[in-house]
Each structure stands twice: as structure tokens, then as C-alpha cells.
Design a protein around this ligand. Structure first.
Ligand code: SF4
Ligand code: SF4
Length: 340
């Protein structure tokens, strides 16, 4: 492990130095809601256990214009909206969410069509994670291949050592910030051992441990299982679980007319939990009830995605558990699937 160590009071100096040269996004408190947003000063940073809204929306905005169109002399002129080539830093991302970006990368960068909007932002953004010292009882990252101190998806990782911070250099990309951190002292063996001790305690404190081995194969035989009919009963189809999820990436593309001759094509987040998500022009809907929609959510995360990308599309952040208005707990659903 390589890293630099500095007194906590100097974190603001580090952030404010970065702000002079790069766009910085960090967790803030906006009217009582924690979310990630661009900051202009380190004083805006608000460290919560976990923001209510995940950092996903910084690289994959809820709504974005893809191009504009205009009718001119019987022809249509299109103008692509290019994502600016801006060097950015996404600061304070918990390891589970950072891992979520790796999962979205796979979906948006493989296959015939690549998502240039997301990928350009991703390429230009350095992710500084913050290790998760006190996992909540709804967290289960270690059950789905992650860790509260996971390095997957982070370029640098900030560890809280009480009076000080240790900023660990994780990736080659993270070294681009070397000019900003070389004034701080190198972490000593004692500092590194302290991080390892805290990491061990954090991992051991994870209350939820799920056994999900072979879940993909289990689900292969469960498309018509009566279980879905039982599980979906209390779901009200609000879509909160998918909107807050750091690994859900479905979107819709619509035209927004501004005047009779001009408009824009936008994409907006969508949710497989909404009936309109699969409603076809003919009026046919292949997922007509909550049963099919709930099955889709679970199948996508634990069967279809693993088949395509060899990983589970859930990082165990627990947001869907905490925010579901009817307390539908994905861990209980997983246990039921594994018990089948
Ligand atoms: S948050 Fe809960 S109620 Fe809302 S769609 Fe998800 S599972 Fe259903
Ligand atoms: S499915 Fe739930 S626990 Fe898993 S990553 Fe999404 S919000 Fe987090």
C-alpha cells in the first residue's frame, strides 16, 4: 500500500487546491438530503455514512440531452451535444458505489454500441473513494464480491485514522493527482498497519452474510416459479429501489419538442418497476403485473447480467432496503431464492 498522511485539518487545503484546477464533485447536504454535486469550496462537503442519492448521477445524469434537431428548408439539422472534455474528481465515493461504476462500465462499453456520453465522463474523472469504517446493518457488500475497504473502481482511497487521514494511491490514473499530494508525508508502516486493523474490524462487523453461490444457476430454473407471485405482493411499484441503486442503468429516450420546428432528444432514467417500461405500441405489455417486473429486477441483477458480464449487478449498498416504502428487503428475497 502506498499513500500519504496528513492532519484532518489539511483535507480542506487538498480539496481547495484541486478545485483551482479541476471540477470537483463531492457529497453535500442539500435541504436535508445528501447527494453528490459540484462544489466550489471544501466547506460544502458533508460526510454522511452514505448519501441518500448515489454518485452514479454524476457520470450518468438523470436527464441529458443527446442532440437537438431543427427543421430548415424542408430538411432536418441535427446537432450533437458533446460531453465536455473536463478533468474532474469525484470525491468521497464509498467503495460499494465505486464498484458500481465498474459494473456500469461493462454494460456501457461492451458490444456493438458504446455509450460515449457516459464513457467520456468516466475517462475524465478520477474517483477518490472513502473507506467505510462502520458498515450499517443493511449493508451486504461482502456477500456480493465487495468490501467496505474495496479498491475496485477507486483511483485513490481516503482512510480515516482518527486525528489524520491516509490517502492511499490505488490506480495509475490516481497518480495524475500526485502534484497535489506530494507535499504530504509518506504513510509509514505504522499508519498502514492501522488501516489494515480498521479494515479487518469493518469487515468483521458486517452483520449480513448471504450465501449466493450458484444463484445464477438457481434462477435459470425459476422463471415460472410461484415465488415471484408471493414476493411482489407488497411492492407498490414506486421504482425507488432502481432509481437509488448505484448499479441500475436503464434509461428511456424521448423527443422533447420546443417549437413546432425544433426540439431535442433526451434520455432519462427509467425503471423496470414501471408498467410503461415495457408497454409496446400495440398495447401489448410482456410484463403486465408487478410479478413480472419484480422477477425482471432480480433476474437482471443475479442471472442475466452475470451471464453477460460474469459478475452480479448488485454491490450490496443496502439503499433499496432502507428506502423501500413497504420494507421489501432484497436480502430476504435472495434468501428465499437460495432456499428454493
Ligand atoms: S422500492 Fe419497494 S415498493 Fe418501490 S418498486 Fe422497489 S420494491 Fe417495490
Ligand atoms: S440492488 Fe439494492 S443493495 Fe444492491 S446495489 Fe442496488 S440498491 Fe444497493
Amino acid at each position: 500500500m502506498k499513500g500519504r498522511i496528513f492532519d484532518k485539518a489539511r483535507l480542506s487545503e487538498f480539496i481547495d487546491d484541486l478545485i483551482k484546477k479541476r471540477k470537483i464533485y463531492a457529497p453535500i447536504n442539500k435541504d436535508g438530503l445528501t447527494c453528490f454535486s459540484e462544489i466550489k469550496s471544501s466547506s460544502e462537503i458533508y460526510f454522511d455514512f452514505q448519501s441518500k442519492l448515489s454518485s452514479k448521477e454524476i457520470l450518468f445524469p438523470r436527464c441529458e440531452t443527446l442532440f437537438t434537431y431543427k427543421r430548415v428548408d424542408g430538411d432536418v439539422k441535427l446537432e450533437e451535444i458533446k460531453v465536455k472534455d473536463e478533468e474532474s474528481v469525484l470525491f468521497g465515493v464509498p467503495p460499494c458505489e465505486a464498484r458500481g461504476f465498474i459494473l456500469i462500465d461493462k454494460a456501457f462499453s461492451s458490444g456493438e454500441f458504446q455509450d460515449v456520453y457516459y464513457l467520456r465522463r468516466r475517462e475524465n474523472t478520477i474517483i477518490i473513494g472513502k473507506s467505510c469504517q462502520y458498515p450499517r446493518n443493511t449493508c451486504f457488500c461482502t456477500s456480493v464480491g465487495g468490501s467496505p475497504f474495496g479498491r475496485e473502481g477507486v483511483d485513490l482511497l481516503l482512510h480515516d485514522l482518527g486525528e489524520k487521514y491516509l490517502l492511499e494511491l490505488v490506480s495509475k490514473k490516481g497518480e495524475k493527482l500526485i502534484d497535489y499530494i506530494q507535499k504530504y508525508e509518506n504513510a509509514t508502516e505504522t499508519d498502514i498497519k492501522m488501516v489494515q486493523r480498521i479494515e479487518k474490524v469493518a469487515k468483521e462487523s458486517m452483520k449480513t452474510r448471504l450465501e449466493l453461490k450458484n444463484i445464477e444457476e438457481k434462477l435459470d430454473n425459476m422463471f415460472e416459479d410461484p415465488l415471484w407471485k408471493i414476493i411482489y405482493q407488497k411492492c407498490v411499484g414506486c421504482g425507488v429501489c432502481t432509481y437509488l441503486c448505484p448499479t441500475c442503468y436503464c434509461f428511456d429516450v424521448v423527443n422533447e419538442q420546443i417549437t413546432p420546428s425544433e426540439g431535442k432528444r433526451i434520455r432519462i432514467w427509467d425503471s423496470c418497476q414501471f408498467p410503461l417500461f415495457t408497454l409496446q405500441g400495440s398495447g401489448e405489455n410482456p410484463r403486465p403485473t408487478g410479478k413480472e417486473r419484480m422477477r425482471q429486477r432480480m433476474m437482471h441483477k443475479f442471472n442475466y447480467y452475470p451471464k453477460n458480464y460474469d459478475d452480479i449487478a448488485c454491490v450490496g449498498c443496502g439503499r433499496c432496503i432502507r428506502e423501500c416504502p413497504v420494507n421489501l428487503d432484497i436480502r430476504e428475497v435472495l434468501k428465499k431464492i437460495m432456499a428454493q
